[in-house]
Design a protein around this ligand. Structure first.
Ligand SMILES: Nc1ncnc2c1ncn2[C@@H]1O[C@H](COP(=O)(O)OP(=O)(O)OP(=O)(O)O)[C@@H](O)[C@H]1O
Ligand SMILES: [Mg+2]
Length: 361
């Protein structure tokens, strides 16, 4: 798949942008704070219906305007136009001018894997960031997962408000049956995917550490059951009911899960050096790319946001060769020299103050 063109209106620092991309390598270069990452963010949003930098969509609107428009033409077997608008707090999405019920219905038309210096927060950050990673991955490959996750979140809010009103713990909460069903699916999928990610990341990590480190990625579900089946989870929730009422909220569930990164038997979140953590993040992202290809039969686009400066010399040299020619890539950099030699059919864009100009190579 590839992104043929992109249109932005009042998105971040772009008042108006219409751009055609190379089907292979697209280089965005320019000084700091000109709008390079904003372009990658727009592409990411078209793919995932989310930003990788903010949870509040209003931050994406050009200062003081009332909304933004994002649209892109995606070529896969057929050509599809994806359009998102966010105007006066109302979101709307279309595929080929057909209105979608929910913004998330557009996920999967375009697929992306992003590499950014912030990937290190998959190690350093909170469990929320790790859950977000796995949720966004699974949302891109599994429509049922998005549906289960959305319903789960709604039910959880209802359950928590019921907990606050409750005094006795004898009877189940109204929604526990449905909740258990969605929990079961979410946990099962997370378990499967993390296991596969672990295998794929293991070999990549062996390679980049010259056979020195053994990486294992482990799922840490907060609900402990032998098999993530609806009945087991229903029982587990029943046993926890009294505690939940005492604590005043649902303390266990997919909203409290985490992921561990174990290097040679130790948790790299706690003991890994900065460089080690960056290497693990790199291995994880590579595993994500490979897995997404396998799971969907499509090759996702790669967004690489200013990645070289945070890598050591060896990883720097290896980074672009490891992705060249595999898919359409979008690379941002402040230093043209770092990126002009990437192999493939290239377009070079100079980004300056919310405008981009194609330059000759
Ligand atoms: N909602 C917004 N409306 C208008 N401008 C915005 C908005 N959000 C961010 N900006 C501007 O966008 C610019 C930052 O863009 P971006 O993050 O894409 O920079 P960059 O080129 O990637 O820079 P760097 O090299 O530092 O990473 C800043 O000047 C910021 O003020
Ligand atoms: Mg940037």
């Amino acid at each position: 798949m590839r992104l043929k063109s992109l249109v932005l209106r009042d998105f971040r620092n772009y008042r108006s942008l219409d751009v055609d991309f190379s089907e292979n390598v697209n280089i965005l270069w320019g000084k700091n704070a000109q709008g390079k990452t904003n372009i990658l963010e727009a592409i990411y949003f078209l793919a995932t219906a989310r930003s990788f930098r903010t949870l509040d969509r209003r931050n994406l609107i050009f200062w003081d305007k009332e909304g933004f428009l994002l649209s892109g033409t995606v070529v896969n077997e057929t050509e599809k136009n994806v359009k998102i608008t966010f105007f006066k707090n109302k979101k709307s999405a279309q595929i080929n001018k057909r209105q979608l019920k929910k913004l998330s219905d557009l996920i999967g038309v375009l697929r992306v894997v992003i590499f950014t210096p912030e990937d290190i927060f998959l190690m350093k950050g909170s469990p929320l960031q790790r859950r977000r990673f796995i949720d966004i991955y699974l949302s891109q490959v599994d429509k049922n997962y998005i549906a289960a996750l959305q319903t789960f979140k709604k039910i959880l809010i209802r359950r928590n408000s019921e907990i606050k009103r409750r005094t006795g713990e004898k009877t189940p909460f109204l929604w526990d049956e449905q909740l258990s069903q969605h929990c079961a699916y979410i946990i099962k999928r997370r378990q499967e995917v993390i296991e596969e990610l672990s295998k794929a990341a293991y070999s990549y990590h062996r390679e980049i550490t010259k056979n020195k480190e053994r990486l294992k990625i482990e799922y840490q579900p907060s609900i402990k059951v032998n098999e993530p089946e609806k009945e087991n989870i229903f029982k587990y929730l029943a046993e926890r009911r009294k505690k939940d009422i005492e604590e005043g909220y649902t303390a266990r569930g997919p909203h409290r899960d985490d992921i561990s990164f174990i290097v040679d038997g130790r948790d790299a979140k706690l003991f890994g050096s900065e460089g080690q953590q960056r290497s693990i993040a790199l291995s994880l992202k590579n595993a994500e790319f490979n897995l997404m290809c396998k799971a969907t039969g499509d090759v996702p686009l790669i967004l690489a946001d200013d990645v070289l400066p945070v890598l050591d010399m060896e990883r720097r040299k290896a980074f672009f060769p490891s992705i060249e020619g595999r898919t359409q890539i979008f690379v941002s950099s402040t230093d043209k020299r770092d990126v002009v030699n990437i192999k493939g059919d290239k377009k070079l864009f100079r980004v300056f103050s919310g405008n981009i100009n194609e330059e000759r190579l």
